[in-house]
Design a protein around this ligand. Sequence first.
Ligand SMILES: Nc1nc2c(c(=O)[nH]1)N[C@H]1C(S)=C(S)[C@@H](COP(=O)(O)OP(=O)(O)OC[C@H]3O[C@@H](n4cnc5c(N)ncnc54)[C@H](O)[C@@H]3O)O[C@H]1N2
Ligand code: MOO
Ligand SMILES: [Mg+2]
Length: 419
Amino acid sequence: MSLNRKPIPVNDAVASVLENITLTGTEVVSYLDAHGRILANDLVATHDVPLFTKSAMDGFAIRARDSEGAGGDNRIPFKVVEEVPAGATSDYELQPNEAFRIMTGAEIPESADTVVMFEQAKETGEGFTVRKTFTPGDNIAMQGEESEKGDIILEKGALINPGTVAVLATFGYSEVEVFKKPEVGVLSTGSELLDVNDPLVRGKIRNSNTPMILAQLKRAGIEGKKYHLQSDDLDTLYENIKSMLEEVDIIITTGGVSVGDYDLLPKIYDKLGAEVLFNKVAMRPGSVTTVSRLGDKMLFGLSGNPSACYSGFELFVRPAIQAMMSSEKVHAPFIDAELDEDFTKPNPFTRFIRAEIEYDGGKVYAKPSGFNKSNAVTSIAKSNGVIVLPGGTRGFEKGDAVKVMMTDVTSGADEFGVE
Ligand SMILES: Nc1nc2c(c(=O)[nH]1)N[C@H]1C(S)=C(S)[C@@H](COP(=O)(O)OP(=O)(O)OC[C@H]3O[C@@H](n4cnc5c(N)ncnc54)[C@H](O)[C@@H]3O)O[C@H]1N2
Ligand code: MOO
Ligand SMILES: [Mg+2]
């Protein structure tokens, strides 16, 4: 095993992962379980929306021409002949100056073409008067004005959001074909690792990577499979990874990918005959992140250091999962922000810094969210994004324009956004 690894640029590494994924198949799920899934077919309108021409307001349905000449002191009277609440219909033929009392959402009877809102009418004993000339179509939602039968509402590969679920229900799709989620297993390696309830003993620490990655998977809509902690023993690690390969599509391991005596993952990939796509990325943290492929399985060897592990997942695993599910949009959103703190130390590698992203006065500000080393864990907790500083010979100063990878778009704001 060579100690001299050749670093590749981050974007090449991401591209290589995406080129090597295997697409999942499809499955049919209930529309109630479809949120967060990816459409496997175009979503086609089975009817017009609105389905029928309907009242957009509570009021009176009239023939607009009967209101001609109304205005100023000239009030025109109407007689109410029938009531049409939402859900009801009427085939009654309006005669001059007759009206239906109609509610929002009710089908407009054939003979009416306008709705007078209650607020625009003055009620009388047998009906109401108006002092405005109405135009056909006023206060009416026309059949098909939003979409027509046969329209493609969303294309294959689109993410199903709550609005999509509403659209599925609108068109009577109680089931929908979506791309299957890959099965993902998570295994942390390291003889120094203890489980959360184990008493601390000298030289050992608790395993924080497995639960962190399971949570990152959850954030990506995946229920990962937790595997037992592994001590740094080649044979048992090999056997365990071999049996994981029978059970999952993606194996995420943490730790053991560097060049230490007990960093066993490189040996495991070799022994398995896996194709190593890269084992060094020109980035910090996580430069030793290693991704390999064995048939249609992907093995993500994330660095053991928590911050490196975290960004390794967001940079490589999350997009790979999205791509396997044929998502149209596999990457986290990257936005432009202003650096809120100096970062003077130059570094030849692209740096990813866990950060607090804040919006203020129409601007986006990004500042490191705490202790910034590969072994940091608390700064991850305080972050909702990751600052990207390109590699090079210069440092960065407060006020510089930087890119930010948004990792948590649900982290909220401390103020309501409308003044
Ligand atoms: N001679 C060199 N040494 C190291 C290099 C190098 O290039 N040459 N790279 C360093 C960098 S950078 C990193 S990052 C680490 C990567 O190490 P590994 O991915 O092999 O991970 P481990 O050695 O297993 O652990 C590193 C560190 O992280 C802690 N850790 C591991 N797993 C967990 C876990 N599940 N929960 C919490 N913390 C964990 C572990 O105790 C170590 O402190 O290598 C450098 N060395
Ligand atoms: O892989 Mo290390 O995290 O570059 O610091
Ligand atoms: Mg190591």
